[in-house]
Design a protein around this ligand. Structure first.
Ligand code: C2E
Ligand code: MG
Ligand code: MG
Ligand code: MG
Length: 291
């Protein structure tokens, strides 16, 4: 950065140089502020978890995705798209994930007590956590602490998990499967060229990314792409979940094409624990608006 700044100073004059270093400093400072705040928040267990229901084609709740939330008293509401990458880069992703899993496992355990058909809890795991086999024992320990059966939990991972050490990642996947957890490929259709991981990795579920759902009710091309992806998932005998369902026309199309599960603002935004519990108490079916 110093080189870049010097170059800027020489080529554009002194004022520019000062402007440039100040801008660099403020980005770096903001990051440091967030990093420090994150350490404190982890320490104090201040991260929260919201839950977004997943529904079957009859609009019955069959599971929920745990999504991390951070409401900082001074910095305000910070989105996960912002704080997860920082946690990954500064080595806080494991302690942060631990906080999230503890909460979510405890909540799922309570909600599933006495249910004939347990809800499946989905949690997001950063690809950074797939760099060591220790993660398997760690998650297993958290499940034991919470008294939650592994069969009630699904891990959502993005395609970047396949870009690192393939053998290690496959081994970790197998170990998770052996414990009884299920595995979902998140944001399917956004990523990279190779689909060969669909064969190599023991995936149970593919989650079609929201970007493939947008516009399916209006544009033939979007509809055809979505249809092709759904039928790919079906041929491979995966559970196919659609995320980002925002209107009834999208839901009808996806349902007609044979998607198994649905998630999106049409049904519910991610809700705090109490709000999600109320949905379940109300019967666990999310009626269409105007029904
Ligand atoms: P994701 O796992 O793909 O989660 C889905 C995101 O889409 C969530 O954003 C959710 O609130 C949003 N969403 C759901 N339905 C709709 C819809 O109908 N329309 C629109 N426009 N958006 C919808 P959120 O909660 O902001 O999370 C963003 C991303 O941050 C997640 O994407 C996930 O990759 C990451 N993330 C969240 N919590 C965690 C966590 O605990 N650990 C890790 N590693 N990543 C997390
Ligand atoms: Mg997810
Ligand atoms: Mg997703
Ligand atoms: Mg996403």
């Amino acid at each position: 950065h110093a080189d870049v700044a010097m170059y800027a100073a020489k080529s554009r004059g002194r004022n520019n140089f000062q402007f440039f270093t100040r801008a660099l400093n403020s980005v770096a400072e903001e990051r440091l502020t967030l990093e420090a705040a994150m350490r404190v928040a982890i320490e104090r267990d201040e991260f929260e978890v919201h839950y977004q229901p997943k529904l079957d084609h009859r609009r019955r709740i069959v599971g929920m995705e745990a999504l991390a939330r951070w409401f900082h008293p001074v910095l305000g509401d910070i989105r996960p798209d912002r704080f997860i990458p920082i946690a990954e880069e500064c080595g806080l992703i494991l302690p942060l994930t631990t906080c999230i899993l503890r909460r979510a496992f405890a909540a799922a355990r309570r909600w599933n007590q006495g249910r004939d058909q347990p809800l499946r809890l989905a949690v997001n795991l950063s690809p950074r956590l797939f760099l060591s086999r220790d993660i398997v024992a760690h998650v297993s320990g958290l499940l034991c602490d919470a008294g939650l059966p592994a069969s009630q939990v699904e891990l959502e991972v993005t395609e970047t998990v396949f870009l690192g050490d393939d053998e290690l990642a496959v081994g970790i996947f197998r170990a998770f499967k052996a414990l009884g957890l299920s595995l979902a490929m998140d944001d399917f259709g956004t990523g990279y060229s190779s689909l060969s991981y669909l064969r190599r990795f023991p995936l149970d579920t593919i989650k079609i990314d929201r970007s493939l759902v947008v516009g399916i009710e209006q544009q033939d091309e979007m509809a055809m792409i979505a249809r092709a992806v759904i039928s790919l998932g079906q041929s491979l005998r995966k559970t196919v979940v659609a995320e980002g369902v925002e209107n009834p026309a999208q839901f009808d199309f996806l349902r007609f094409q044979g998607c198994d599960e649905f998630q999106g603002y049409l049904f519910s935004r991610p809700l705090p624990e109490a709000g999600f519990a109320r949905l379940l108490e109300a019967g666990g079916v999310i009626a269409a608006r105007g029904d």
